[in-house]
Design a protein. Sequence first.
Length: 552
Amino acid sequence: MLTRHLLILTTVLLHAGFPDQAHPTAIDQAEVEWDEDLTEALANQLHELSLSVRDRDLAAMGAHFNADLSASLWPTVGGATESQSRWIDILDVQISSSSVDHRAFLDSWQDLLTAMSSIEDVRLKVKSADFEAMNNPRAEALVAISIVGRNAAEQRTWVEAKAHLRAVRIDERWHIDHFELSEMTVRVARVDLFSEVSLPAGVYQAAPPFGTPGNPSFIAHGVALGDVDGDGRLDAFATGNGANFLYLNQGDGTFTDVAREAGVKITPNATAPLFVDVDNDGDSDLFLASVGAQMLFENRLVPDGRVEFIDVSLTAGVDQFAQGYSAVSADVNGDGRPDIYVASYNRYGVVMPDSWSRATNGTANLLFVNQGDGIFQEQARQWGVADSRWSYAAHFGDFDGDERQDLYVANDFGENALYLNQGDHFVDSAGALGLLDPGNGMGVSLGDYNNDGHVDLHVTNMSSTAGKRILKRLFPEESSEVDAKRLLGKLAAGNSLFHNLGDGTYEEVSATVGPLSAGWAWGGGFVDFDNDGWQDIHSPNGFVSGKSLKDT
């Protein structure tokens, strides 16, 4: 899918032309698609190889390599040479320049795997590939390799390597006859920062596979944290297919689901929950963004003394239709009451974006301005924030230092918005401040990554191995289509980090502090994982997967 989208978008851009380019280069679409078909075939076979490596199946691994293979030995891993952080060591690795045969190569790979007590994940990805056209095509490719598991001391271990391979395709199978390691890094965590405890904690839920009964669509769901019972501990609310979950924190590392007793187990399907004290009575009320009518539930802890949520959506005036994907809250007009902003998408697949890089035919976002007495008015258009650019996420914050709450909106299929709060309306200043970040915006977070006292901006986008690979084919180094190359490259580049310079301007530092590639990335944000006083970044990723690695 991504391959075809990039080709279509490239053709449109080049035929439209750019001010500094009078004669766009013609693209041989058939040749690019031929190259990508062969690349995908190689990627799928390398996926088979990765599964064999994960399973330590030496015979299955060997079947991918010719008997006359020439290859590098997998090196022996030594002790620590440097510390990457307080909890990660980089180990000594020396890659030999000598070439060995099929047997010695596989033996050295087996030795590397044997040194690991367990293997969790193995990935071999085609970073670039060139082919010679003939009855039996030959390939030269650069492959990125990742092996994650635990060493003999049960420390988490991550092997990263790059290799150049040559292969010939015979009878629909690739036969690798050259495999040369060019670089390799091994990292070991001295301590485990996190352990998976959802099952013993009482918050584990298993969803049916996508497309099966009980999970018919890929509409996202979410989680919100807040102290709903006033005991000083964080509780959690999670939306899901057909049912919600309200987990009360028991204070001993476990949670109890009380959604049914609290009246929020069964609601229309919701996407993103938001805890916010809409009536300023001291307890956490619950707003649910939804593909459909938005919902608001009043927490009756105050005044009734028990956790019970009452649906007040209709009387509060928030039962407005949207393709609501997320919601955030702030006091936009300075009256002391929290207001609510809903990021609204569109029915992808039923409605297609009117542009892959500047789409504007999403459904309008909503701004519920709190009138007091439990009443809200939807005023997105009056305030200038009725964005219709397929919005995924938003974040309130003071971007210009005037003590008013501004609003950043991450939009899919193109440009984002930074709405600066003027007191009674917002002005979109993303373009003027260099914060459009054209890409596939799916998340936004604020944090001070360099501890300079100024709040920086992280935007979650997609990064694509296939996209970067295709663009190298479409735009060689000597290509004159600079604008098209920059725009298309941004759509596959990954997450962005903007450094707040402290004077109301921002500098993108993604490449210098990263890069921040995280695959098909979604929300995430800043959090100090290792308690060292520096803000780290978490970026969840993934999407619906099939058996083939087409367009990966």
